[in-house]
Write a protein that binds this ligand. Sequence first.
Ligand SMILES: Cc1cc2nc3c(=O)[nH]c(=O)nc-3n(C[C@H](O)[C@H](O)[C@H](O)COP(=O)(O)OP(=O)(O)OC[C@H]3O[C@@H](n4cnc5c(N)ncnc54)[C@H](O)[C@@H]3O)c2cc1C
Length: 438
Amino acid sequence: MKARKPDCVVIGAGPAGLGAALAAHEAGLKDVLLIERDVELGGILPQCIHDGFGSIIFKETLTGPQYAQRFIDRVEKTDIEVKLNTMVLDLKPDRTITAVNAREGIMEIRPRSLVLAMGCRERTRHQILIPGYRPAGVICAGAAQRDINIEGLLPGRRVVILGSGDIGLIMARRFTLEGAEVEGVYEIMDHPGGLTRNVVQCLHDYDIPLHLSHTVTFIHGRKRVEAVTVSRVGDDLKPLPGTERLVPCDTLVLSVGLIPENELSKKAGVVLDPATGGPLVDERMETTVEGIFACGNVMNVFDLVDYVTHTAEVAGRAAAEYVLAKGRRRREAPLRVEPGRNVKFVVPQLLRGFEREVSFYFRVQHPEKAVRSRLVAGGEVLAGRRAKMVRPPEMVRVKAGPEELKSVREMGEVRIEVLPEAGAGGNGAGEETGDDVA
Ligand SMILES: Cc1cc2nc3c(=O)[nH]c(=O)nc-3n(C[C@H](O)[C@H](O)[C@H](O)COP(=O)(O)OP(=O)(O)OC[C@H]3O[C@@H](n4cnc5c(N)ncnc54)[C@H](O)[C@@H]3O)c2cc1C
């Protein structure tokens, strides 16, 4: 089998893959190949027919298909090669790809640079171990969304939703609009898992109850779901005996988290961050394997597609620079960006270069009011942003330019931390105010 050797291969054609392929092409790569296992471009977006996409990049709220189309139109005007219905099966540390489709069979491709953009997948019942029978009617929220919005099928008429992440909230509204009865959304944590705007627009506006600190503890029904038992949980998140309640329903929709899709990354020897489930990347979105870049949800689960596109543009441009430099670039030993107070994780986790603006994305561990998020090196605040409120579902972005990053290089250490406004000190110089999204 003769291996093809393009300048760049992008695996996955969601918003991350589309953005990365375009950026690599625009930065001067002639031979860019975009590989997608699905029948169409756009990744998860074609099934997300609600609005709320693009508020940062386009300053308007688009539906998922509209957002995707803006990038698909641009790709179609280029000579980027697209292979649909093509699954990447294997990836080696030297970037050798094995892929397959029905027309060409198995093929080997050895690109000069590679961008991972495989997105993420949903956690299933199997991963959260709900006791009970195994009837029909237990479905993940994204699969239910596909059934309704793409296939024209209604998976159930009396629905309980477990998990209040954005997909669960959006599906509570979607089922209601289709005439199903949503008995309630149950959330094990004491705060909602999704964006505030989705709690308001998807639950409050439709009088759908949200039961915080609750979980499903048994699934009833032999052939089809007939009911679920729900229980209140304690501070340790364990069900409290005596609080059980039977809720009749024919469908249990699971919205219990997403897992970055990194089987191929592991095969290539890419080191993953246990905190994000995705590759460790530096400010150019390069992984720990030279010439392999990552962007979008494969890296960590982003709340906003605009951030996905931004990481894609950085990764695509960096892949092009890598190829055009023909291996002349020295790869510096990385500096680790440490998560400080009330920070669960940060991406990028590594810094190798200090000459370009870097956006650091992070999630907090717990909700906190009136805070300053800060990039700190050697006790000096280099950049930051103030916010009235930070919550775990909403990512925070702090940007730092070459001037600030020069200090990081001098100090040899850097961390991101979130402090209460009152105790943060400093005069707020260089800090932005508010969120990215109005
Ligand atoms: C239900 C839902 C609602 C959302 N609502 C909003 C919203 O209102 N506003 C907002 O800003 N964001 C929203 N998001 C988030 C946004 O859609 C995602 O952040 C974004 O789509 C992630 O893009 P991605 O390209 O990283 O991944 P994806 O869109 O998942 O694309 C990954 C692609 O990789 C392909 N792939 C994976 N493995 C392989 C392989 N081995 N070979 C070939 N192809 C492969 C997949 O088929 C897929 O097409 C929502 C997400 C969901 C799921």
